[in-house]
Design a protein around this ligand. Structure first.
Ligand SMILES: Cc1ncc(C[n+]2csc(CCOP(=O)(O)OP(=O)(O)O)c2C)c(N)n1
Length: 585
């Protein structure tokens, strides 16, 4: 036989990961859809393959083999009813917690449901035949390859997770006849570490912690992270949903947002990833050689696409394990702080906007108050500026809806009637959820700032995809002009009739006249609504200005050249070297 591995990349990734994990026992049943898989295994002496024409028997053989050897066993079968015959054996394996990987091959999943010969629908798997079922489609680009590698890692880990059991992989094929691949691709093995496992050694090099949205931190949890950072000269990348207020907090969005001359921070060797979804898109762009995720959920969440380990344990246990007695020098933290101060000191006068208001209000929030921020535009605006350490802040980044910002704020305010709860949100979010203002439980501890720009200004920001449509984006994408179209009376009446104290501003001067009342630390008699009218062009300009604080004259000149050249040569020329090559050609 003069063939090697198949050219089907998803099959290669599966085989490479099986080898990386030392899984070599296979029981193969005859068929066509599994030829690319079986033929590739067959020519590799690493694999011990047994043949069983009867799939029912194959699955039971796998049970015996797995139980006796203590090793995982791979099953391979084709379409038609072949996989149905795995069910009795896999049921046995499920209740015995035997690590059997049932790989059921299939033509393109697109064929399911079209009365195509031999194609059955395997999308629903009985609860007690597999601990996990994944589908591996044909890989067409790097994104598919990433997803495939992740799913195979998940599947192989599930064989042993929580006591182990059978796992199902549905494997597509396009019947490639190319078996010329001599070398398997390099693959990323992801390991899950629990308390019972040996912990890997933290590599040399810079360590940083990224915190997505996070539950309220206890004092002990904060101390555990502080000690970890102290012993590794680490920093903690945060936004206003991270909740960590310890010594090593670095509110990173302002620095990471800089398009020009961004202060250089040390390359991160190991990024410790904790918390859940983050709305800080700037810091999500961070890169690291490898990521270690720590979460009690133990799931493979490859946000940064560099995941190497998942530690299924409480964060404080992880931090305690990796804390050495030696105390580091905090130089990384000093660099981050300096970077923030450098950028901050270069922020020029900003147009009247959410960002401008965030800059004024963030430091003035009363001690021990709570801040709720609308998603995307508002969260982004406020993430540029630090709030007092005693102020906890939140945003609905779990599902990123604009439908419940105020309800979440009101719900939170019920928990502590003696604390002040601030909410900042745009007009679409406000009008979506405005009925909650009439809920009779609303207390005087609630203060809402409505940034009314008459639309979802997010979609008019200079860097948003919808911006390419200019003012045409207003009609449907940004939903402009609804809800009274920035009426000066509508919200005032509604708020006042509901017993809110109402104030408004349409300029910096007007804002300066009233904002102190909005942030007074005193518990006033009524809840407050502060409506601020802004213009979406100013909103966008403010974002552009704050993202380009470090622009030099040279950058301005360069921009102008590119703009002029674009006019002459058309779009597609972004750099001076593009233009140079175009002019030369
Ligand atoms: C329920 C729901 N529908 C649609 C969206 C998509 N969306 C994201 S931001 C946004 C605009 C929000 O506008 P606004 O609240 O006025 O805030 P602004 O962008 O003006 O600051 C929309 C519609 C969403 N996140 N949630």
């Amino acid at each position: 036989m003069n063939t090697f591995y198949t050219s089907e990349r998803h099959v290669l990734l599966l085989i490479a990961l099986l080898k990386a994990k030392g899984i070599h026992k296979v029981i193969a049943s005859p068929g066509t859809t599994n030829i690319t898989f079986v033929a590739s295994l067959q020519q590799d002496p690493f694999f011990d393959i047994y043949s069983a024409a009867d799939e029912r028997s194959a699955a039971y053989m796998a049970c015996g083999l797995a139980a006796e050897s203590g090793e995982p066993v791979v099953l391979s079968c084709t379409g038609a009813t072949a996989s149905r015959n795995y069910l009795p054996g896999l049921t046995e394996a499920y209740y015995k917690k035997l690590p059997i990987l049932a790989v059921t091959s299939v033509q393109s999943m697109a064929n399911v449901g079209h009365i195509i010969p031999q194609v059955i629908d395997r999308s629903v798997v009985a609860k007690d035949v597999a601990r996990l079922s994944v589908c591996l489609p044909v890989v067409k680009d790097e994104n598919d390859a990433w997803a495939c590698e992740l799913k195979v890692n998940q599947a192989l880990l599930a064989l042993k997770r929580h006591g182990g059991g059978p796992v199902h992989i549905n494997l597509e094929t396009f019947y490639s006849r190319d078996f010329s691949v001599k070398q398997l691709p390099e693959v990323r093995v992801i390991d899950r570490i629990t308390f019972h496992d040996e912990f890997p050694v933290l590599p040399d090099g810079h360590v940083a912690v990224f915190v997505g949205s996070h539950k309220v931190w206890t004092k002990d949890e904060t101390e555990a992270l502080d000690k970890f950072c102290a012993s590794h000269n680490a920093v903690v990348f945060c936004d206003h949903t991270s909740g960590y207020k310890g010594k090593y907090r670095f509110l990173s969005a302002l620095v990471k947002a800089q398009t020009y001359n961004q202060p250089i921070l040390p390359e991160i060797e190991t990024l410790i990833h904790i918390g859940d979804v983050s709305g800080d898109y700037y810091t999500l762009g961070i890169s690291a050689k490898q990521v270690w995720r720590v979460s009690e959920d133990g799931e493979l969440r490859d946000t940064f696409r560099k995941l190497r380990y998942v530690f299924e344990m409480p964060e404080s246990a992880f931090f305690a394990h990796y804390t050495d007695s030696e105390v580091g020098d905090d130089s990384y933290l000093a660099l981050c702080k300096k970077a923030y101060e450098d950028v901050y000191s270069h922020i020029p006068e900003l147009p009247f906007s959410n960002i401008w208001m965030a800059r004024q209000l963030a430091p003035c929030l009363p001690e021990n108050s709570v801040l709720h921020l609308g998603i995307l535009n508002t969260l982004r605006s406020w993430n540029f500026f630090e709030i007092p350490a005693s102020v906890l802040s939140y945003s609905n980044v779990g599902g990123f809806g604009i439908d419940g910002d105020m309800s979440s704020l009101i719900g939170a305010s019920l928990a502590n009637p003696e604390k002040l709860y601030f909410g900042v949100l745009g007009d679409l979010a406000f009008f979506y959820d405005m009925n909650v203002m009439g809920n009779h439980h609303v207390g005087r501890n609630v203060r809402i700032m409505l940034v009314n720009n008459g639309r979802g200004t997010e979609f008019r920001n200079y860097n948003h995809m919808a911006n390419m449509f200019g003012a045409d984006a207003d009609a449907y994408m940004a939903a402009a002009g609804h809800y009274g179209n920035k009426s000066k009376d509508l919200v005032k009446h509604y708020a006042e009739d509901l017993g809110f104290e109402y104030m408004s501003a349409s300029s910096k001067d007007e804002f300066n006249l009233v904002y102190q009342r909005f942030v007074t630390a005193d518990m006033t008699n009524k809840p407050m609504l502060f409506e601020v009218f802004t213009d979406s062009k100013d909103e966008s300009d403010a974002l552009l200005v704050i993202s380009t604080c470090l622009k030099t004259d040279k950058d301005v000149k360069h921009e102008k050249m590119v703009e002029t050249a674009k006019k002459v040569l058309g779009e597609g020329y972004k750099t001076v070297s593009d233009i140079y090559h175009k002019l030369k050609s």
